[in-house]
Design a protein around this ligand. Structure first.
Ligand SMILES: O=C(O)CCC(=O)C(=O)O
Ligand SMILES: [Fe+2]
Length: 309
């Protein structure tokens, strides 16, 4: 019997863009059409910031629950999330506009009234560096779809949320659910994590790919909003977190999220007889109102239900 190759996400190296822009762009496009996801080698986030990030996350999640609960947000899933019976290992903190120091400071002061400058600095620097990768990827996507004339509008129509996460080790020999299978609802997600495995990404034909983390790598993933904007040309993959062992998994995700009031509409260049319009134009905030209803939360294809043609 021929050996079955282990499934692996495509790996794309972003360290030489001055010389390799076109080649990297075509790898990005191919990976996003096929998997909606890839592993990015990106060396612009200095190693010391990557290391400080995990120390900052430990310090954050070690705070008493009462303190963490002070991070409330009007937007669902942007504040403290945790203590859910279905996913007891999981907790997360949202930091809106994490690339802006003042915004991060606001949260820091709320959690540590005596101040914690190194926390703010680490979170903000990490986020700023990752917004660069987000912009590079979105530029490559629009160029490869032949719609780069929309780039400025596309970038200006989003904000950045950094969501940081902790998954406790289940402390048993069994594998336990860390985070249920879902597609992201935003534009692009970039994930970074410590050495503890757990992230799984589903292929179009339903197989789960296990991500083996490395300190150099980020995971880039397409969300449903970009899938809709690109009129289905890019895939937005289901993914989940499965936990084993004793060690905690820490991760951070930078999410580019459409601003409220901005209508997401596939450019006319991407709609034709071969590619009929898949989603009617929609406001992301209105979509989230549906997604966060009880019905929406159970709906694996919430975007299709909400505005599918
Ligand atoms: O922790 C991770 O790596 C995945 C988190 C995730 O999928 C999400 O927050 O949407
Ligand atoms: Fe996700």
């Amino acid at each position: 019997m021929s050996p079955v190759a282990t499934l692996k996400l495509p790996t794309i190296d972003f360290s030489n863009l001055d010389y390799e822009w076109e080649a990297v762009k075509s790898q990005v496009h191919k990976a996003l059409v096929e998997y909606g996801c890839f592993e990015a080698l990106f060396d612009k986030v200095p190693l010391d910031i990557r290391k400080s990030l995990f120390l900052a996350l430990e310090e954050l999640f070690d705070l008493p629950l009462q303190t963490k609960l002070r991070n409330v947000s009007k937007k669902p899933y942007h504040g403290y999330v945790g203590q859910y019976p279905m996913i007891p290992l999981f907790e997360s903190m949202g930091i809106d506009d994490a690339d802006d120091f003042e915004h991060v400071e606001c949260l820091t002061k709320n959690l540590w009234p005596q101040g914690n400058p190194s926390f703010s600095k680490t979170i903000q620097s990490f986020s700023v560096q990752l917004t660069e990768l987000d912009k590079i990827i979105r530029k490559m996507i629009l160029e490869s779809l032949g719609v780069e004339k929309y780039l400025e509008e596309h970038i200006d129509s989003t904000n950045y949320l950094l969501r940081v996460m902790k998954y406790k080790g289940p402390q048993t020999s069994e594998t336990k659910l860390g985070l249920s299978s879902h597609t992201d609802k935003n534009i692009v997600t970039i994930l970074y994590q410590n050495q503890v495995e757990g992230l799984e990404v589903q292929t179009k034909d339903g197989k789960w790919i296990n991500y083996k983390p490395s300190p150099q790598s980020f995971i880039v993933m397409i969300g449903d909003s970009l899938h809709a904007w690109a009129n289905g040309r890019l895939h937005s993959p289901f993914h989940r977190v499965m936990m084993t062992g004793n060690e905690a998994r820490y991760s951070a995700g930078l999410f580019s999220i459409p601003k409220g009031g901005y209508v997401i509409k596939a450019p006319e260049e991407l709609v034709n007889d071969e590619h009929p319009l898949l989603f009617t134009p929609f406001d992301h905030v209105e979509f989230l109102k549906y997604y966060y209803t009880e019905e929406g939360q159970r709906d694996l294809f919430a975007m299709k239900t909400f505005c599918g043609v």
